[in-house]
Design a protein around this ligand. Structure first.
Ligand code: SF4
Length: 400
């Protein structure tokens, strides 16, 4: 379950993945990079006990904590204009060790909560803006009853919703769940445009059973995209990423985002430096190894949402603390309009034009000295005055 009541994110590996790990170990040995690519994603490591003081139990806060129709709204999040997120169940087929939601409290929506969420999404305050729902969790394909109820309630109460996205790893963690029952549910609600957001990290994951699951979903009109973290000793090399994006292209899966792995508690060993990610994405973006139609954007999941790294996005750096200040074009007034209960995180500053800037904890790799080269061309154009060490002159309430 992507969720933990006491910060103990237990190991959970589906029987399908266990069998694959066993076969990879027999065939290639446990130290082979293909075997390690799966082991490092799912097997709990003693390194998780090494905790950097700035790592978190939670990443960004986007829950809408309000009452609606006389009761608290449960399991609904929003950061952006067009999209609202629902989390019907927090259960997953396997636990990905670095998961953003791994150490969130366990919550499961009751059927009444789901109906209230659908009424909220279809309400007069939202219906002109919201046309897309992201069903996530946990994994929304793990409970067909919750999935069916969510789609039924959105159909009944929120006809402004045209696109349903679902974030899932089920086709690659437990592909036999993509069965006739699940396909019938999707067929029942074909008035939605369905998109599946996958999280495939390594080309070895394209096992025949998974390819078949994708094929079945494609036959009923499902559209796919992949967004995945850059993980140390899983996919943090050019050759692996080239092969991965080439496979995605072959199987009709859009390569959407390559994320910098987030600073979740005890997961530092999975994180590379931003410098490494930027080097890899530069190489990938400008190479001729595979189709340009399959080249992702490199983004950071910051406290205020996704920020794609372009020239000028990194405004400042505190090398000693491994912190970088990121420029976004999210606006405070929009954020509060779309999520009335949103609270400004302590890592966030407001620029003079009302846009949000946020400090972000970098990862590290073996070439720690490279941290400085990343920031050589940092373009300081902040509207806040900085001290000589780069910290804001006006006292920041930054406290990771
Ligand atoms: S990444 Fe997805 S499937 Fe993996 S633990 Fe997190 S929510 Fe579950």
């Amino acid at each position: 379950m992507a969720g933990s009541s006491k910060g103990n994110f237990r190991e959970l590996i589906s029987p399908f993945l266990r069998e694959k790990i066993s076969k990879l170990t027999t065939r290639y040995g446990e130290n082979d990079l293909r075997t390690k690519a799966i082991i490092n994603q799912y097997v709990k490591s003693p390194l998780e006990d090494i905790i950097h003081p700035s790592e978190r139990l939670r990443h960004y806060e986007s829950e809408i904590n309000i009452d609606f129709d006389g009761a608290p709204l449960i399991g609904v999040e929003r950061l952006y204009r067009r999209t609202v997120l629902i989390e019907p169940t927090t259960a997953c087929a396997a636990h990905c060790r670095w998961c953003l939601r791994g150490q969130y409290p366990i919550k499961t929506m009751q059927y009444d909560d789901i109906e209230r969420a659908a009424r909220y999404i279809g309400s007069s305050n939202l219906r002109d803006d919201v046309n897309e729902v992201l069903i996530t969790g946990g994994d929304p394909l793990l409970s067909t009853s919750h999935l069916n109820h969510t789609l039924a309630m959105l159909t009944k109460h929120a006809d402004n919703v045209k696109i349903i996205r679902m974030g899932t790893r089920v086709p690659f963690q437990d592909p036999y769940r993509i069965n006739d029952n699940m396909l019938a549910i999707f067929n029942r609600y074909r008035h939605f445009r369905f998109e599946l957001g996958l999280n495939i990290n390594h080309p070895i994951e394209f096992w025949p059973e998974c390819i078949l699951a994708i094929k079945k979903l494609k036959e009923i009109g499902m559209v796919f995209y992949n967004q995945h973290p850059l993980l140390k000793n899983v996919n943090d090399d050019f050759k692996t990423l080239v092969e991965l994006y080439d496979y995605l292209r072959q199987h009709g899966i859009e390569a959407h985002y390559l994320f910098h792995a987030i600073p979740m508690r005890g997961m530092g060993h999975h994180r590379t430096s931003l410098h490494k990610g930027l080097s890899l994405i530069s190489e990938i973006s400008a190479c001729g190894e595979f189709s340009g139609r399959s080249k992702p954007r490199f983004a950071v999941l910051s406290d205020i949402g996704k920020i794609v790294l372009y020239h000028g996005t990194i405004l400042d750096v505190r090398v000693k603390e491994r912190l970088v200040l990121l420029k976004s074009y999210f606006k405070l007034e929009d954020r509060l309009k779309w999520n009335p209960s949103w609270k400004q995180p302590s890592s966030v500053m407001i620029d003079s034009d009302g846009t949000l800037l946020t400090w972000y904890l970098d990862g590290s790799d073996d070439r720690l000295n490279d941290q400085t080269t990343l920031y050589q061309d940092v373009n300081l154009h902040l509207d806040v005055e900085l001290e000589h060490d780069g910290s804001p002159k006006e006292k920041s309430n930054f406290d990771l």
